[in-house]
Each structure stands twice: as structure tokens, then as C-alpha cells.
Design a protein around this ligand. Structure first.
Ligand SMILES: Nc1ncnc2c1ncn2[C@@H]1O[C@H](COP(=O)(O)OP(=O)(O)OP(=O)(O)O)[C@@H](O)[C@H]1O
Ligand SMILES: [Mg+2]
Length: 360
């Protein structure tokens, strides 16, 4: 039995907001904003973007366009991807004319990205989805953001970007005002109820019950972190052979998968700590990890004090601010939605960091 596709738990606010956007787009109402999903690794930006794409595809009067940053090296390629489908059909049949004579492009249509997008939204609303948007080439990003802003102010065109916390810095360097005009959705860990659903619903859909005690063990280990939910859920799934009578996820089954779960989790943490070492951030991360030893979240002041105690970065307030930004950009630290408090972007990474630093 392979890994069952995940059930998208929680994220109700995000889904409902997006449904409202789709209704507007189908009714040819301009959104007047773009949508940004950002958050630390493994919190479910990609799966949520997939949900948005599917919802848009089901929506009459709305077209979707998925752009992959790695496949857009320059503005010419962006132009090709943004050009309305009908352009290419007419081009194929030799019907496209420019100044009265047949036109063949050298490498890209002779139009600004905004005109291409406007052409594309003439008959349908349009949702453009870009995952890993922090990896967009700067010039490509600048052209895309500018076009989306210009067209989305007048026409039913919505740009949706997803990326890690450093997305904010990247987007500001492309188009200064974009971030403040966008609608920002912070994708952090799941709430307790959503985690419970994420662990139970995929089994329930196949008539498999999850014993209360087994669920409690799983909840304790996954710490509301979506990546761990998927890791645990798919491991437990393999313990339920198809066709077994009265299938049930038992405590014994969960205990059987724990060693493998822990191994994968440690491997994942090892990669995160390597990122810190590569950026010379391990000492400062350790100071922060120490501060989280006794508290689940930190105020701005508590975080600054922790950074001030760091042997490397604790000298000036500018260095403290830089270190804080760097840890936030990596998703090591994350500001809780709607609160002026910081929590670990990835749970129990703090314990691992302390261990790694102790053995380094
Ligand atoms: N709402 C959710 N309910 C249940 N499982 C989820 C949810 N969100 C994410 N997951 C699970 O968590 C895992 C990580 O999600 P995803 O790959 O979307 O994260 P991400 O934020 O895009 O990470 P990265 O920044 O590394 O690309 C997925 O395998 C998915 O199964
Ligand atoms: Mg992703």
C-alpha cells in the first residue's frame, strides 16, 4: 500500500477567501490585489496552492495558468507563457497580423506582459499560480508583478504566489509597492482540530477507525506540523493491509512506525541545521533555541535579549536585526498569525539544534 494522498485539513479562512475571489473573477470583477501564501518549509503552501488550482479549474468562467519559476529564465519566455492561447492558435494557422501583414515572432510576442494578460482575460477570468515564487528571476518577477498589478486593477486577473518567508524580501526588490498592496496569507502550523482531522479523515474515508490512544500518540509526535502529519499518516497507512477485517489503527501499529518516523524527522532536521551552518547562523540559532527551552513562544523583547546573548551576532542592534531576519527567512523563527510573538517555524528543531551544537 503506497502513501495515500493527503486530506487538506483546516485552512478554512484561506479557502473561503479564495472562493470569494473566484466568484468575483467569474463575475468579471477585478480583484484589485494579488494573493500571497508564505510560511516556513513543510507547512503546506504547495498543497494549498494545489487546492486553489483545483477550485479554480472547477469554476466556470475562470481559466488557470500555472507558472514554474525554473522554466522561466527570461522575459521573452514569460511573454510566451502569458500570451493568450488564441494567439498561438492563430499564429499556427498564419492568421496573426501586425500592421496589416502576417506576423511571425522571433522569440516572443511583440507585446508588453500587461497587454498579454489583458488579452487573456478578455473572455474569462484568470488565476495565475506560482509556487516557489521566491526563486523567480528578478527581471521576470518584476515584469510579472507589474503586469499583474496593472491588469488586476481593472480586469478579472488574480496572481497567486507561494513561497518561503524570504519571499517578502525578494518581492520588495522586484516591485517596491507589491507586498503592501497584496493580500497576505501566512501559512503556519495547523490548529489542533485540523491536525486531528488530517490524521483521522484519510482512514475514515476507507472505513478504518483510529483508536483514541493511537491518535494521542500520533498527535504528540506530529506537533501540528503538516510535514510530520503526512510522514506519520502515510507510515500508519502502510500498517493497515487492504482487505483486513475491521481495520483499525492501533497503538501497537503506531508504535511500530515510530522508529522510522523518528529517523526521517532527524534526517529532515539535519538538513535544516546544515542550512544554518552554511550561513554561519548556528551560534545565533543556538541562543534562540536556548530561549525557547522554557517557553513555547517569545515576545519581540525576549527574542532580542536572546540574540544579544549570542556570542557572534549580539554586538549591535543592527546585527541583531539582521540575524533575526536571517532566521525568519529560513523559517527557523516564525511570527504567529495576528500576534506579536515568535515561535519556532519547525517544532522541536530547537531541541535538535541544541543537540547538534553540543556535539559540534
Ligand atoms: N492542510 C493540510 N492537511 C494535511 N496535510 C497537509 C496539509 N498541508 C500540508 N500537508 C502535508 O504536509 C506536507 C508538506 O506540505 P507542502 O509540501 O505543501 O509544504 P510547503 O509549505 O510547500 O513546503 P516547502 O516550503 O518545503 O515547499 C505535504 O506532504 C502534505 O501532505
Ligand atoms: Mg512547497
Amino acid at each position: 500500500m503506497g502513501a495515500k494522498p493527503p486530506f487538506l485539513a483546516g485552512r478554512e479562512t484561506e479557502k473561503s477567501l479564495f472562493r470569494d475571489f473566484l466568484t468575483d473573477l467569474a463575475g468579471r470583477i477585478a480583484p484589485g490585489t494579488s494573493l500571497i501564501l508564505h510560511g516556513p518549509r513543510g507547512n503546506g503552501k504547495t498543497v494549498l496552492l494545489g487546492w486553489l488550482r483545483d477550485a479554480a479549474r472547477r469554476s466556470a468562467g475562470v481559466e488557470t495558468l500555472t507558472l514554474r519559476p525554473a522554466e522561466i529564465p527570461n522575459e521573452a519566455r514569460l511573454g510566451e507563457l502569458l500570451a493568450p492561447q488564441s494567439w498561438w492558435r492563430r499564429l499556427g494557422s498564419g492568421q496573426l497580423t501586425l500592421g496589416g501583414s502576417p506576423w511571425k515572432p522571433a522569440s516572443a510576442p511583440p507585446a508588453a506582459p500587461g497587454d498579454l494578460l489583458a488579452g487573456r482575460t478578455r473572455k474569462h477570468g484568470l488565476v495565475i499560480l506560482v509556487d516557489e515564487a521566491h526563486t523567480l528571476d528578478l527581471a521576470v518577477g518584476r515584469a510579472l508583478l507589474g503586469a499583474a498589478q496593472e491588469v488586476g486593477a481593472e480586469l478579472p486577473c488574480l496572481l497567486v504566489l507561494a513561497g518561503t518567508p524570504n519571499l517578502e524580501g525578494r518581492l520588495r526588490s522586484m516591485e517596491a509597492s507589491f507586498w503592501s498592496r497584496a493580500t497576505i496569507l501566512r501559512i503556519g502550523r495547523l490548529r489542533d482540530e485540523a491536525t486531528r482531522e488530517a490524521l483521522v479523515r484519510p482512514f475514515a474515508a476507507e472505513g478504518i477507525a483510529v483508536a483514541d490512544a493511537a491518535l494521542r500518540i500520533m498527535l504528540r509526535h506530529v506537533q501540528n506540523y503538516p510535514f510530520f502529519v503526512q510522514l506519520m499518516g502515510s507510515a500508519a497507512w502502510k500498517q493497515c493491509p487492504p482487505g483486513s477485517e475491521r481495520p483499525r489503527v492501533t497503538t501497537a501499529a503506531v508504535e511500530r512506525v515510530l522508529p522510522e518516523f523518528r529517523r526521517t524527522k532527524r534526517e529532515y532536521y539535519r538538513h535544516r541545521v546544515e542550512e544554518l551552518i552554511d550561513r554561519d547562523l548556528l551560534p545565533v540559532a543556538l541562543s534562540v533555541a536556548e530561549a525557547f527551552r522554557t517557553r513555547p513562544s517569545l515576545s519581540d523583547g525576549q527574542l532580542r535579549n536572546a540574540l544579544a546573548r549570542s556570542p557572534v551576532h549580539g554586538v549591535t542592534s543592527r546585527e541583531r536585526a539582521d540575524a533575526m531576519r536571517a532566521l525568519r527567512d529560513l523559517g527557523f523563527l516564525w511570527r504567529v498569525e495576528g500576534e506579536l510573538r515568535w515561535e519556532p517555524g519547525i517544532p522541536s528543531l530547537m531541541d535538535y539544534t541544541r543537540e547538534a551544537a553540543a556535539s559540534a
